[in-house]
Write a new protein. Structure first.
Length: 317
């Protein structure tokens, strides 16, 4: 029987809601990866019986920095034995990120293949990596750039799983400037339409994301048969004690019984901090002593701080 890691094996996984979402995500990921491979190779029976070689999956991300999908990948590495499914990670950013060391400790190989303006170099090096790494499945989390791995793996017979975690595929950086933003919007639409046609399996983190991507990008005549929903769960640390909660509030100079709302997320448009502040204003009208703690970093943090001078913010580090 599977055991709950949070309770150190003292209760079954099924009865622990904290762990069930995490295991459900693990199970879903294995099933979708197997489905993608089996549709291409026809080796279902071999894998089910444990006769075939170990399944090798390459995940593509921007970087292994602090974030939701990055933490989920660590959860996958922690819970899925490499003898069953070996997962490696390729980062297209300028660095592998703060979680890279932990991923390597868990047995994964973390590759760095920076994506430059001339994208042909990235496509070539990614194609070489997929071939030399003997990967069976490529799982892309690159959103607007998800078309690049599809092109890189063309004619290799390697299925692509493409996952979407947001509905707004706009850039967070300098590409949001006028004119450049319009150009990138067109680029993203062309890329995602190609991905929808060519990916073996498409996933979204909610039905809402799936519906939005289909509505905004799906070419005419395509069906939703390739789409799946994966609810990305991750393990939670042991719950804080009452003493921990009191000390936490004292560290900010707040009374020990202060109601605290904590939001953890990057300061980017997708997180809708402006909407969050409006909601908190409504809460304050009912609970005047409530506090809002925003944890994270990102390009919009100065704007949020200037709009909420009486709210406290701290870095995620």
């Amino acid at each position: 029987m599977l055991k709950c890691r949070v309770s150190h094996g003292r209760q079954s996984l099924n009865s622990c809601q904290l762990c069930w979402n995490s295991w459900n995500a693990v199970h879903s990921h294995i099933q979708y990866v197997l489905a993608a491979f089996e549709k291409t190779s026809g080796e279902e029976c071999l894998f089910r019986c444990g006769v075939a070689r170990m399944l090798r999956v390459l995940h593509l991300v921007t970087t292994l920095g602090r974030g939701g999908i990055e933490r989920w990948l660590l959860s996958m590495l922690e819970q899925i034995p490499r003898t069953e499914c070996a997962m490696d990670i390729c980062c297209k950013g300028n660095s592998t990120g703060t979680y890279a060391a932990r991923a390597r400790e868990l047995g994964a190989t973390v590759h760095l293949r920076p994506l430059r303006v001339a994208q042909i170099g990235f496509i070539k090096t990614l194609r070489q990596l997929v071939q030399t790494g003997d990967y069976n499945v490529v799982h892309s989390h690159l959103h607007a750039y998800s078309g690049l791995p599809v092109i890189a793996c063309r004619n290799l017979g390697i299925p692509i799983v493409t996952s979407f975690h947001v509905t707004d595929l706009a850039s967070d950086g300098w590409l949001r400037r006028p004119v450049l933003r319009q150009v990138r919007t067109i680029y993203a639409k062309v890329n995602v339409r190609h991905v929808i046609r060519r990916s073996r399996i498409l996933t979204g983190c909610s039905q809402g994301v799936v519906d939005s991507i289909q509505r905004s990008y799906a070419p005419r005549g395509t069906t939703g048969d390739a789409w799946r929903v994966i609810y990305y769960g991750t393990d939670l640390p042991p719950l804080a004690s009452n003493q921990d909660r009191r000390e936490f509030r004292r560290s900010f100079g707040w009374p020990e019984d202060t109601p605290v709302i904590v939001h953890v997320g990057r300061f980017v448009p997708q997180k809708n901090h402006a909407g969050l502040l409006k909601i908190f204003e409504a809460i304050r009208r009912r609970v005047a002593c409530a506090k809002l703690l925003l944890v994270g970093g990102g390009p919009l943090r100065p704007d949020v701080e200037s709009a909420s001078p009486r709210f406290s913010t701290v870095d995620s580090t």
